[in-house]
Design a protein around this ligand. Sequence first.
Ligand code: TYM
Length: 343
Amino acid sequence: MTRVFSGIQPSGDLHLGNHLGALVNWVAMQERAECVYCVVDLHAMTSPAEHDPATLRQRTLSAATTLLAVGVDPQRSILFVQSHVHEHAECTWLLNCIAGFGELRKMPQFKDKSAGKGESVSVGLFDYPVLQSADILLYHADEVPVGEDQRHHIELARDLGQRFNHRFAPDDPVFTLPRAIHPPAAARVMDLQEPSNKMSKSTSSDKGVVYLLDDPTRIAKKIRAAVTDSATDIRYDREAKPGVSNLLEILAAATGRSIDELVVEHDGHGYGSFKAAVAEAVVELLRPVQQRHAALAADPGEVSRTLADGAARAREVAAPTLLRAKQAMGMLDAGIVREGHGW
Ligand code: TYM
């Protein structure tokens, strides 16, 4: 059966970009694959200025609660917190020793996030994609449902997996080589106020970001205020009409209809009624998520139990993979050491 792995950072409230770019696929893939989903708290502390321990703890539980509300089903899939499975950190070290400085320095996300920070940038931020590779490779993932912004990170995981297999396990590959899966529309949802920037958890203003738990009035207000352009025609053109194109993608993804069909329906009727249609579709898409979230948030103990169970199941997959990787790299078998000491 196909194996799937994906992760999300608890670095802020989950938003429509996360949902349409990744989570819709997370949920759908449960129908046809063995899925492992992870709240990647270790990734969320790579920007020291934004790392507050109490906030991180609260956001980790909150992200897990939102994932369950979106439809991650812990009966069918594994849902866990990255730091609960120490194999991730250990496998990162192994992969660090085959990853190159040059390939990490070139990662677009590292370049963006380190810009202007000079020497103060954390080693964790630099190493971030290697930890992400370890996440994916430990679970033999064939497919990784993510938004477009993660494409280079998944390619790195593939490159490192291949390099490792070639060098240390040519006859019996340890790692499966993954590929990214993007949705047909909304693989890169843009900020509603600045449609040339990606919608992001760590944005300075939340006016351009629709959070999954925003109430319907707020959602409608943000979409009504979305930046468009001074013309009135509705057509898909990312360069000339980034705001309108973004709304078309959102509407297509939220309704499952094609962009062409939506253009025919809305062109000539002005931006007002078009934005109203987008708002209505998003409100309806998120309504069941918000209802389930209210029920789940009332019982955080149950969410924590689900995560503990998920971590135990995740380790059953991750630990043997790590052991094989260590053996392939020449680490002495721990059993031999124990015998030697008479334990
Ligand atoms: P993160 O937490 O930034 O985002 C989680 C998922 O949401 C997608 N996404 C978007 N998709 C479309 N439009 C947007 N504006 C948008 N913003 C975010 C992301 O592509 C992602 O799929 N490095 C990862 C987390 C991670 C991971 C992994 C992912 C760690 N280990 C292993 C896959 C596999 C990240 O920061 O995602």
